[in-house]
Each structure stands twice: as C-alpha cells, then as structure tokens.
Design a binder for this molecule. Structure first.
Ligand code: ADP
Ligand code: ADP
Length: 222
C-alpha cells in the first residue's frame, strides 16, 4: 500500500498537486477538507458540527476528523494506496494514522512538505476559486480556468470558499501553522519527510514532487 502524505500550510498548493499526482500513481486522493465540505453540503450532523470550526478557521477536533478519515480509508478503492491531502494536521492525527496503517502492515511511504512563505499563502487563498463537483482549485491570476467560472476538468461551476475571506485566512494561519510544524517534525523523526519549494510555478512544483518520490518505493503507474 502506497501512502503519500501531502503537507503544507493552507493555500500552499496541496489541492493543486494532488489530482495530477493521483493520476500518475493510479491511486485516489483523500482530502479531509473536501470530505468536510461534502458533509456540510449534505447537511449531515457531522457537517453541521464541522462547519462551526471551518467557518472560524479552526481545526475540526481530532476525534471527528480521524473517524471520518478511517471510514474513507476502509473503502475498497483505497486498498492499493492513497494520497492524503490535508491529513494529518495534528500530531494526534499523525499518530492515529500510523496505528491504523500498522494494523494493515503498512506505513506512510513519504510525506512531502510543499513549502511556501506566509505572504504568498495569503495571496493564493485570496484569489482561489474551486469547483463545486470535486474541489479542483484555480487562481484568478496564477492559474485561471480556460473559460471564466467553469472547471477545466469537469465543467462544474467555480466558487470562492467561505473560509477564503481575509479575516478567516489570518485565523487559519494563526491556528494551524503551529500544528503543521508538529506534523512536519513527526515525519522528520520517522525519516520519511521530503521538502519541495512550493514558490515555483505549478508545473515546476509537480516535477519536484515527482522527484521527491525517488527512492521511497512509490512507483508511477504512468
Ligand atoms: P486548505 O486547502 O486551505 O488547506 P482544507 O480544504 O484542507 O483547507 O480544509 C478546510 C478546513 O477543513 C480547515 O480549515 C479545517 O477547518 C478543516 N479540516 C480539513 N482537514 C482537517 C484536519 N485534518 N483536521 C482538522 N480540521 C481539518
Ligand atoms: P491547498 O490545497 O494547499 O490549500 P491549493 O492547491 O488550493 O492549496 O492552492 C491555493 C491557491 O494557490 C489556488 O488558487 C491555486 O490555484 C494557487 N496555486 C497553487 N499552486 C500554485 C503555484 N505553484 N503558484 C501559484 N499559484 C498556485
């Protein structure tokens, strides 16, 4: 089982890199932010609970997040491996993932940190548009869609996330960067951390992410 963890601050480019990487590796993307947004849209109990935290820029509590993730990992399409985007985001989540994988005789193959300075994160989130169908991200200046307001990949409508407002962007950085540093340390300690420069153009970041897989045992399907 190949488990690739994409790490990065909010707005670093995880959601941009994950789908093309998934296509190359032949395994699905599991993005907890997308799972939470789908639950909010469905109006489920979990969605109502998660929304309170998301709207405030805070992390959803570990217990809720871990159970959502483990449910997703148990689905058959995840058996050969997954790309995790936005999970783990705390040391508790990282440990819970290690335990769940160990029960299947697996472990995190590689954790790739997409490293981007704070002022650029604000610029990226402020101009972000994502698609309704699958959360594919665009940027109004650095990565615009071919047709205004429409996803290149699936043709669905683009919208701006409620939490991509200036005050919530600042709250997310204040609340989440400390926890990210702990997760980075977790993977540095276990020897699977790779860091890529996320300030480069999207294609150059993709190439660096591909290069970071060398020697990790994660094989490209194409
Ligand atoms: P971004 O792409 O900006 O990093 P995400 O779409 O990954 O944001 O997440 C949006 C929100 O969903 C987060 O701000 C947080 O409230 C919640 N969330 C997503 N993943 C997690 C997680 N692993 N732990 C706790 N909260 C999460
Ligand atoms: P994350 O999932 O880490 O929160 P996204 O992939 O949603 O980040 O990217 C945040 C915003 O930055 C989006 O508007 C996206 O189009 C844009 N973006 C992503 N990567 C780059 C890059 N390398 N250079 C410029 N803009 C980027």
């Amino acid at each position: 089982m190949n488990v690739v963890v994409l790490l990065g601050a909010p707005g670093a480019g995880k959601g941009t890199q994950a789908p093309p990487l998934a296509a190359r590796l032949g395994i699905p993307v599991v993005a907890t932010g997308d799972l939470f947004r789908a639950a909010v849209r469905d109006g489920s109990q979990l969605g109502r609970e998660a929304r309170r935290y998301m709207d405030a820029g805070q992390l959803v509590p570990d217990e809720i997040t871990v159970s959502l993730l483990l449910e997703r990992l148990a689905r058959p399409d995840a058996a050969a491996g997954v790309i995790l985007d936005g999970f783990p985001r705390t040391a508790v989540q990282a440990k819970a993932l290690d335990v769940a994988l160990a029960e299947r005789g697996a472990s995190v193959s590689v954790a790739i940190l997409v490293d981007v300075p704070a002022d650029e994160l604000v610029r990226r989130m402020s101009g972000r548009w994502i698609c309704r169908a699958a959360g594919h991200p665009y940027h109004e200046t650095s990565s615009p869609p071919r047709a205004a307001g429409i996803c290149d990949v699936d043709g669905s409508e683009l919208y701006q996330r409620a939490d991509d407002q200036p005050t919530t962007i600042r709250a997310r950085m204040d609340q989440q960067l400390g926890a990210l540093a702990q997760v980075v340390e977790h993977y540095r300690a276990s020897g699977v951390l790779r860091t890529v420069d996320g300030l480069q153009p999207i294609e150059a970041v993709s190439a660096a992410v591909g290069a970071a897989l060398a020697g990790t045992g994660v094989a490209m399907a194409r």
